[in-house]
Design a protein around this ligand. Structure first.
Ligand code: ZN
Length: 496
């Protein structure tokens, strides 16, 4: 059976195999960081290992072996050393190596994620640093830690270690695509503690929203699909408008950066309205919602159950330890839901089809007397991100809720003029006789931290074809890895 040592370019796959041998899931980066330092030492290259474990390695310019002096502008090459380490059988990923296997044109790992993201980027950098037959400008190689769990390495990096103002990030997953911008983001929590509850009484209505398409809150927010949490809020508002409603429970979603597929709410309803009329009123709203999302979320369903009319008894039986908020508090929550924005806020004026600013109500939790909403807010414009956070804070305050913000990371604004991007586009055209796809994404990359820390930075992100990253089905294309290596080497020569 073929192994990585049979593959070309041999030097790239040699280093990729060495990386696989050292467990390097996020949070477990000491060994891989030390390995990179030993590598630099062996190569006789100057390096720095900082407190966060980031490794910066410096290599002078080279004209096919002879040092060309350092008159040229340095080029930063950047990748991250950590990976999302998952296995099919809960094995201890801090103890076992990755075992890469070959299937046709693909490398995958035996029962685990492969770590092509971003091991192949690190392997490219090592191959460049170790080769003496390449033509390249002075290199400042930056290999960061813990990208996958909050970009902690990039966050902690001292910009004084870098003099370059042009950078190629090697953490993309699609050959022929040149990334030229990304969004910044932040998590925003809105919580409201009502303090007072009373035992649930009256008829009880339960509404379930499920089967929404979901998706990544950055990459898929432009589809303007259904957000189950937002729909739960709309339905609560509708209930409040037709009868006296007291919220018992509301919940939905799992993480802030996924569009929630499922949510549900339970409320006590009082007043003269019959079950039939209540059903009729709510069904109208349900039908409107379902038809509105029939294109984006054909599988979406909403179930409504009014848990019997002799209310009290059944309610106590079903929710015997449940309490309910007052109708005023319920109304306050419904109004807050109604006021809070969600989804796409603005599209980019520079890049067609690119979302510039958005937010996603990813999670609703309800504990005793406290409701908590968790948002992922994104924008490629820092001021717009701050403005949206301010808007959320104002709405929350008006409703008597408290706002908390964490996990802030900066965006990387698309530059209309970029010499570096022009160079990469030209080399691609020369090699393949067609145009590369230049694009910006509405998700986070470490380039945002570098753009913020290094004013005027000219930056791109590229990488070979990978599929299903962050999962045990992760695959890396061998031929694409080889082509992307040739491409990268041509780009380096062109940048001299
Ligand atoms: Zn990555």
């Amino acid at each position: 059976m073929a192994t990585l040592s049979d593959l070309q370019p041999a030097i790239v796959f040699k280093y990729f195999q060495e990386l696989c041998n050292i467990p390097h899931g996020s949070g477990n980066i000491r060994a891989i960081s030390d390995y990179l330092c030993s590598f630099a030492e062996e190569q006789g290259l100057r390096f720095v290992q900082d407190e966060a474990g980031n490794v910066i390695i410096y290599k002078p310019a080279s004209v096919a072996g002879s040092e060309a002096g350092d008159s040229k502008e340095p080029l930063i090459l950047q990748a991250h050393m950590d990976m999302v380490a998952v296995s099919v059988d809960d094995r201890d990923m801090t103890a076992v190596p990755i075992v890469p296997l070959i299937d046709g044109d693909h490398i995958y790992a035996d029962g685990t994620s492969l770590g092509g993201d971003d091991g192949v980027g690190v392997a490219y950098i090592m191959a460049i640093l170790a080769s003496d037959d390449l033509v390249h400008p002075p290199i400042e190689a930056v290999i960061t830690t813990d990208e996958e769990t909050g970009m902690d390495g990039a966050r902690a990096l001292d910009p004084a270690l870098l003099s370059g103002r042009r950078m190629i990030n090697l953490d993309s997953e699609e050959e022929g695509h040149i990334l030229a911008g990304c969004a910044g983001g932040v998590r925003v929590y809105i919580s409201h503690d009502f303090g007072n509850v009373e035992p649930a009484s009256g008829r009880v209505i339960r509404m379930d929203i499920y089967g929404c398409a979901g998706g990544h809150s950055g990459n898929e927010i432009h589809k303007r699909g259904a957000n189950a949490n937002v729909i739960a809020g709309v339905l609560l508002g509708k209930l409040c408008s037709v009868c006296d409603t007291r919220l018992i429970y509301i919940s939905g979603g799992e993480v802030d950066n996924a569009i929630p597929k499922v949510a549900y709410l339970i409320a006590a309803v009082n007043g003269d309205i019959t079950n039939e009329d209540l059903s009729l009123e709510i069904s109208k709203t349900m039908d409107e919602i379902i038809s509105r999302y029939s294109g984006s979320d054909p599988g979406m369903r909403i179930d409504m159950n009014i848990i019997n009319s002799n209310g009290l008894h059944n309610a106590a039986e079903t929710f015997n330890d449940r309490c309910m908020l007052s109708s005023a508090a319920t109304r306050e929550i419904a109004d807050m839901f109604n006021d809070l924005p969600n989804g796409v806020i603005a599209m980019s004026p520079d890049v067609e089809g690119l979302v510039e600013t958005s937010l996603n109500l990813g999670v609703i939790t309800f504990e005793e007397t406290k409701i908590k909403l968790q948002y992922s807010v994104r924008s490629s414009i820092e001021d717009d991100k701050a403005a949206l956070i301010g808007r959320l804070r104002d709405i929350a305050e008006k409703a008597g809720a408290v706002t908390e913000v964490n996990g802030d990371y900066p965006g990387w604004k698309y530059r209309k003029d970029s010499k570096l991007r022009d160079c990469l586009e030209k080399v691609y055209r020369d090699m393949y006789g067609k145009e590369a796809v230049t694009e910006a994404i509405h998700a986070g990359l470490e380039c945002g931290f570098f753009s913020k820390a290094l004013p005027g930075l000219d930056c791109v992100s590229i990488g070979p074809d990978m599929q299903d990253i962050h999962t045990t089905s992760e695959r890396l294309s061998i031929s694409s890895t080889a082509r992307s290596w040739d491409y990268l080497c041509r780009v380096l020569a062109e940048l001299c």
